[in-house]
Design a protein around this ligand. Structure first.
Ligand code: ZN
Length: 191
């Protein structure tokens, strides 16, 4: 069994009116990410949707100096975006034990979350990363996955960033410095 790790694909990071949105770049991957969620569900793979959790008036969090408030608990900004949100909701109905929502407090999906324990508990060594932003939360998750010896795939068409340069840098880093499988988009279409 494998796992799809879907990172921060929430309204605040993707929708036009999101508080910290990647906009068109993030929206452009919705159909492909939704398909990846649906395919993972069909195969019986695990799907982890791991999302920023912030609170109004939060003090002491390093992001408060860097970004406007986003992904505030209980707001629609913290709900999954678009077709991907529908696909994850469907996966939770069909295979509730395999579609897991986790909250995270830092960029990495591994930082302070039970993700590593849950992957190991299920005997999973192969993971795929998807979501936003390629060069922030996906990157930090990737570095932790590397340190934890996971076998990682990142399909470029399942990730996006505010910055095209940052997106390309992160993908090159995954391929050349972390040794991840980063297939060319046309190859990924055929599998
Ligand atoms: Zn955040």
């Amino acid at each position: 069994m494998k796992a799809l790790i879907l990172i921060d694909y929430t309204n605040d990071f993707v929708a036009d009116d999101g508080k910290l949105t990647t906009g068109a770049a993030g929206q452009a991957i919705d159909a492909a990410v939704a398909q990846a969620v649906s395919d993972a569900c069909t195969r019986g793979d695990m799907i982890f949707s791991v999302n920023d959790l912030h609170h109004a008036g939060e003090a002491g969090h390093p992001e408060t100096k860097l970004f406007p408030p986003h992904n505030i608990e209980g707001t629609s900004g913290r709900e999954l975006y678009g077709m991907t949100g529908e696909a994850f909701a469907m996966a939770r109905q069909v295979r509730p034990e395999k579609a897991v929502w986790l909250d995270k407090l830092r960029y990495s999906a591994f930082a302070g979350t039970p993700l590593d324990i849950l992957l190991r508990q299920n005997g999973i060594h192969e993971i795929e990363l998807a979501g936003v932003c390629t060069d922030i939360c996906v990157l930090h998750t990737a570095v932790d996955a590397y340190d934890l010896n996971y076998d990682v795939t990142v399909r470029p068409e399942l990730t996006a960033s505010f910055s095209p340069e940052g997106h390309r840098f992160a993908l090159a880093h995954f391929r050349n410095s972390l040794g991840f499988n980063v297939p060319e988009p046309e190859e990924a279409d055929g599998d």
